[in-house]
Structures are given as C-alpha cells and as structure tokens.
Ligand binder design. Structure first.
Ligand code: ADP
Ligand code: ASP
Ligand code: MG
Length: 449
C-alpha cells in the first residue's frame, strides 16, 4: 500500500473562497495527501438538477444559470490570477445553458448526467487554481478519463478493474510529483458519455479512487466533526463517535445517514483502507475513524433516517399455504429492474420498499407496466411519504432489547418492522411528519441517558 492519502471535500467545504482556502490548508498540512476529490460548490448540484428536469420558463432558466455564475464568480473574483479559470468556468456555464434549453424540450437521464456533472467540473478548476496560488503544486485532472462506469445514467456502477488499470496508467504517475485535484460524483461510460454515481456520490468516487491508487488512507471532509450517534441537525444532543467499524458505518450509510453515500465503504472494505470523517471548518476537533476493528462495540451505536420511501403492499389469498407466489412477484420486479430494499411478509400479504438514490431525486415509483403485471397476481397498494428509521447496534437479539425500543415508541404508529434478520439493525417505517420526532424520542431514551 502506498503512503498516500486521498482527501475528499464535500459541497459545503468548497462553498466559497474561505471554505476552499480551509481545504487547501488541510491539504498543505499533510504532505501525504496526493489526491483531492471535490464536490460541486454547495447548492450547485440542486440547481443543475432543476435545469436537467426541464425548466420550460426561459426566464427561470436564465435566472438559474445566473445563480450558478454568481456562485462561481464570487470565488473567482478573489483569485490573484483569475483569467484562465474564468474562461474555463464560463465555457462550462455556456454548455450548461444550452443543455438546459435542450432539457426543457426533452429531458433524459443521459442529458441529466451531462448537465449535473458540470458542478464538479467547475469547482475543481477553481480549487486547483486557489491551491496553486497558495503555493501547492496542484494540477486539475478530469476523472472521466479514469472512472469508467456502466451506462446506467443517474446511478452508474464503476467498473472496478478498468478503473484500477486506468488509474495506474494515467493518475498514479501524476500523483508522483503533484497534488492532483479531481471531481467526485462523475465518471464516463465506454462510449465516453458522462455518467454520475447518484446524489452524494463524491464519497463513493473518493473511495473508488483511493482503492484504485492503493491509497493508505481516505479522508472525508464535510461540515460536521465526524459521524454522530444520529444526524445532529435532528437531535442536537447527538454525540460524535470517535471510532466505528466498517460494518456499523456501512449499515448507517445504507440506512440513510447522509454523512456517507451508501456505497462509500465497499471499496474501502475491499482494500482495507481506514477512513477518517471530519469537519473542514473545524479540523482541530478531530473526527471519526472507520476501521476493521475497534475497541468498543456498544449495544446502541446510532440512529439513521431515510425519507422519501415508497412502500408497496401486495395481497393475495393465493399466498395462503401456497408456494411460488413470492417467486412470481420477484420475477416481475426483476424484469422491470426494480430493486427492493426492505421486505416483510404475512400469510396473505407482502410489503416491500423500493430502493432509489439516483441523481434525478424524488421518491421511487412503481412504474405502470410493472404494476399492471403485479395486479394479475394480487392486489397492489402503493404508499408514499414514509420514512425509514434504523437503529444500528450490536448483539441486537439480546433479551429486553426490542422491549426497550418499542415501549419508548408506544405513541407512534410503526409500519413494516424488520427485526431479527440482522444482528446489527432494527428498522421500521413511520409517517414522514412524525419521523424526526421518532428519532428524537429514541435518541433521548437510548443515547442521552
Ligand atoms: P457533504 O456535502 O460534505 O458530502 P453531506 O450534507 O452530504 O455533506 O453530509 C453531511 C451531513 O450529514 C451533516 O451536515 C449532517 O446533517 C448529516 N448527517 C446525517 N446523519 C449523520 C450522522 N450520523 N452524523 C453526522 N452527520 C450526519
Ligand atoms: N455534488 C453531488 C451532489 O450534490 C455529489 C456530492 O456532493 O457528493 O449530490
Ligand atoms: Mg455528501
């Protein structure tokens, strides 16, 4: 394993000139940091998604492009030598304007990826220049030359072996002498079309790149000093976790803790790369180390929340004492490439939630053709506006565990409880309006005692 470190900076970490300067200071302080992965400046991807979804009103389109220009110009204006970067960023903004017009006639997943990738393409031009002006020998690299993916636009999957080969050829030699600044979130397919890894995908990019260059460490710099017992925005008394295992942190990410993209730890686990999560605003506060082994495995580790859940309930008398019903259901789901997240069954019904973290946003939908085919087997009910609450911990099968959790939540209506399949989590759905209250109540009982 090489003695070099990959550092990823999220949107708020590169939101403005001061924030980018703090990132540069963090990089300057660690000579082992040879590779920097950056998100788009805060708010930029949301604006690009709006354009990609098709804005009919030309005035609104112009206003969004102007907002994008303002965010970037405000940083460029503070550079000592802005001319070259300004030209590069403005060329990207021009292509955003024309792609946005095209999307207003007809949007597509491919066009969406082309558009939303522009955020990271712009921020990295600026960050690399800012670092050079502070004396770092920084070079910007277009990661689409290395991060090869399939063509599943909006949620592309990396072709790991190809990424490793391309990194060996194009990226590692650059890192020998310079600090490379590159984009998170984006990649390209075999045809050279731009793809994205899904919202929040820069964490995953950074891990994939760290694996490909055989880095010795991965740092995720964000706006909180580490992983907390739950989202501190929801429960202000949440406390930072100094160290956590890969499997516990993976469960948190999978169940919606926004601090990490769900796939982030997969490459880190494959390659045994320790991951550090900290705040670029307050690096002195330390953060969380995610490792294979840690000293403590508490019963209650953390709470995660994932909103925008779609629950599908399928009911059929034919299921009663019959076999093959679920197989038929899953055949239909597989045919329409519908990924199932949670599942619970009773004698005559099965409830499941649909998975989705792609770039276009919004709740996952059961598309009409799939629904019609399922309706030939059973009745189909679709419910939106639900949130998934997950309690992550250790030895959760222990006596009294469920009682403590459920008695705390006696006043709430819990749906689709999943408990027992894993030793490390207990999860259930609640209606969106009460979700935060559920997290606060549970956090108070289990973590604030
Ligand atoms: P970035 O833009 O740096 O990727 P994100 O907004 O994606 O940052 O992730 C950081 C946010 O994740 C925090 O501001 C916090 O609100 C949220 N979050 C959710 N769960 C947790 C948790 N368990 N610990 C810390 N932060 C969490
Ligand atoms: N810019 C992308 C997003 O906002 C990716 C990321 O920041 O991780 O989703
Ligand atoms: Mg993020």
């Amino acid at each position: 394993m090489r003695a070099f470190n990959v550092a990823k900076f999220g949107g708020t970490s590169v939101a403005n000139f001061e924030a980018m300067s703090r990132c540069s200071a963090i990089i300057e302080n660690n000579p082992q940091t040879k590779l920097v992965v950056s998100s788009a400046c805060s708010g930029v991807t949301n604006l690009l998604v709006e354009l990609a979804n098709g804005v009919q009103d030309a005035e609104r389109r112009l206003a969004v492009v102007k907002e994008l220009a303002d965010i970037h110009n405000a940083i460029i204006d503070q550079l000592a030598e802005p001319v070259k970067v300004e030209k590069e960023v403005h060329a990207i903004l021009d292509s955003v304007a024309s792609a946005a017009e095209a999307a207003s006639f007809q949007s597509s997943k491919k066009l969406t990826d082309h558009l939303v990738a522009c955020g990271e393409l712009m921020s990295t031009h600026i960050l690399a220049q800012l670092m050079r002006e502070r004396g770092v020998d920084a070079v910007r690299f277009d990661i689409r030359e290395v991060l090869r993916t399939d063509d599943n636009y909006g949620k592309a999957e990396a072709q790991v072996e190809e990424v490793k080969r391309l990194a060996q050829e194009k990226l590692i030699p650059l890192c020998e002498n310079q600090v490379v600044v590159t984009q998170g979130f984006i990649g390209s397919d075999e045809q050279g079309n731009t793809t994205t890894l899904g919202r929040g995908g820069s964490d995953y990019s950074a891990a994939l790149i760290a694996e490909a260059v055989q880095a010795s460490g991965l740092e995720i710099w964000t706006d909180v000093p580490g992983i907390y017992t739950t989202d501190p925005r929801i429960a202000p008394k949440a406390s930072p976790i100094p160290e956590i295992t890969f499997s516990e942190a993976s469960e948190m990410a999978n169940f919606g803790a926004k601090i990490l993209h769900p796939s982030t730890l997969v490459p880190a686990i494959r390659h045994g790369i320790p991951v550090f999560v900290g705040s670029s605003k307050e690096p002195e506060k330390g953060g969380t180390w995610i490792r294979q082994q840690v000293e403590e495995s508490p019963q209650f580790r953390a709470l995660a929340l994932r909103c925008n859940q779609t629950m599908v309930t399928l009911r059929s008398d034919k299921m009663f004492h019959a076999y093959g019903f679920l197989a038929k259901v899953f055949e239909v789901l597989a045919k329409y490439k519908i990924s199932v997240d949670l599942i619970t069954t009773s004698e005559i019904s099965v409830s499941l939630t649909l998975d989705k973290t792609d770039t276009s946003g919004g709740a996952p939908e059961l598309h009409q053709a799939a629904r019609e085919e399922l309706e030939q087997l059973c009745t189909v009910e679709v419910e939106h506006n639900l949130c998934l609450v997950a309690l992550i911990g250790n030895q959760m099968e222990t006596k009294g565990y469920a009682k403590q959790v459920f008695s705390t939540l006696g006043d709430f209506n819990l749906r689709m409880i999943c408990y027992g399949a894993s030793d490390h989590n207990l999860c259930f759905l609640v209606d969106a309006p009460v979700a935060k209250n559920v997290i606060q109540t549970l956090h108070q009982e289990l973590f604030e005692g």
